[in-house]
Each structure stands twice: as structure tokens, then as C-alpha cells.
Design a protein around this ligand. Sequence first.
Ligand code: 76R
Length: 274
Amino acid sequence: MTDPISAIIAAEGWHVLHLFYKIEQGAWSLLSPEEQIVARTQLTQLVADIRATKGAQLLVFAMVSPKADLGFMLLCEDLHNANAFEKRLTVSLGADVLSPVFSYLSMTEKSEYTTSEAEYAESLVNEEHLAAGTPEHEAKLVAFRERMTKYLKDRLYPVLPAWPVMCFYPMSKRRGGPGQNWYALSFEERKKLMMGHAKVGRTWHGKILQLITGSTGLDDMEWGVTLLAHDPMDIKGIVYEMRFDEVSAQYAEFGDFFIGLQVPLDELFRRLQL
Ligand code: 76R
């Protein structure tokens, strides 16, 4: 059957849902062993269906600490798919087994502060003394375009790797009194500050994969921060170091932090005693 509802596809970027649940062991224990097999099969099949859907990605986490037991990060091109998959994931293990404790809706986005081609071309002339139109200047521009194409793809349409440790938290930029309102700063000031932030961030390349997703108008805070790492010490390290960076020190406000581990489904079921 063809879907009569037209897809909701943003002009740019994917929809992202972070979904965290507690397992209600009471509800689970009411299921017979046969029903429990059906429930596990249902979730396994749904995960496979989502992963086979064009423009959809799903990461599954065993959540650390009793804040949550099970987590999903769902990325979908079509908001209808995100919505429908979310509803199915929530009931996939049977009625009342998964009890939502936290969810967050955001969208992948490119940065407002990215260097434009015109700015880069100007910096080649002024800082690297490569006159416009020369082969050296042209070659640098070609390399710049290639870098930008990859950068935009990574930010808007990321393919998230299976790095085991995931940290998620929502954050906003402060709108406090004088000198404490990010949104009252000029674009130039914000850009300068963000360049400092990016410089600190880049020193974590290879250890931390950050995905910043925007949520103004979509959820309670302004961005979702998803960090993937191999070593939890790098999560602790980057978040600590960022606290000293002016952008975070002066302007950042944070929501709750969640830590999850990417594990295969069979291990997840074992660990959650399902
Ligand atoms: O776009 C890029 O990837 C390169 C430059 C860059 C931007 C524009 C960048 C780099 N970030 C950008 C934007 Mn970031 N980032 C955070 C946090 O805990 C905290 O104090 C803050 C949470 C971390 C840990 C982090 C890491 N970043 C943003 C934005 C949007 C702001 C806006 O538009 O006003 C937020 C909210 C934000 C928050 N950042 C990096 C990192 C890392 C590791 C990098 C380097 C990425 C790399 O080059 O590998």
C-alpha cells in the first residue's frame, strides 16, 4: 500500500529524536516466556526495518546509571517516519514495558559561522598573498570547495559511527542581563567567539565526534549535543575543557546529561534482563 501522506522533508537537514526509557520490570514479568520472545522479536524487527529505511538511521544504547535503561537516537529525513518510528519503538516491547523518561527533538544543521568562499578567497589574498586568478589561488579554492562539501555533508547528513560511548545533553546560549546575552552580541563577536570554540574542539579530533543539532522552536533548549567517544575520559575531558572556553564559560546553559553505550541488541536484551 502506498502511503497517502506526503513526506515532511526539510529544505536542509534531518530530524533527530533522542529517546530514553526505563524498563518497567513489573510489566515485563507479567508477560509469558512466549510473549517475551514475541516482544524481543518485534523490537529486533523494528530496528532492522528502520535501518533499512532510506534516509533513516538508528543508534541503540544501553544507558548507564538508573536515569534511563534503554536509549535510541533516531535520525530521519522524513518527520512522519521519525514520528511513526518513535511511536512504534515505545510500544515495541509490549504495553507499559518501556516508560519514557526523556526525549529530545532537534534537527541537523550547518553552522551560521562557517567561512564563506568569498571570505576564504579574501583571506588568500590578504593573509597568504596569493593574488586572485593565479593558479595557486585557484587550487586553494578547489580544495576549499571539496572540504566544504564534505563538512556540510557531515553536519547535515551524518553517518554516525559505532563508537561505544555516547553522551547527550541539551544546551542553550544564555539570554541574561547586560554582557550575558549571546543573542545581543553582534554577528562578528559571535563568530570570533565560535572560532575560539572550534579551535578547542578540533584538538579533540579523532577522540570525540560531536554532532550539534538545533532545536530552537522544536524543544525546550536550543541545541542537542551528541558526543561519541571510545573513552569516557575524553567525554569528561572535553566537557571540562569547554567550560573554560569563553562561549561555554560565559554563555552556556545545560540540561541533564545522559551516557549510553552502543551495544548489539542481543547484548542489550541480556543486560536489561529482557
Ligand atoms: O562546525 C564544525 O564542526 C566546526 C566548528 C564548530 C562549530 C560551528 C564546532 C566545533 N562547534 C560548533 C558549533 Mn561545537 N561543541 C559544543 C559542545 O559542553 C559544552 O561546553 C558545549 C557543548 C561541545 C563539547 C562541542 C564540541 N558547538 C557548536 C554549537 C552551535 C552554536 C551556535 O551556532 O551558536 C554548539 C551549541 C556547540 C557545542 N565543537 C567543535 C566541539 C568539537 C569537538 C568541535 C570540533 C569538531 C571537529 O572539527 O572535529
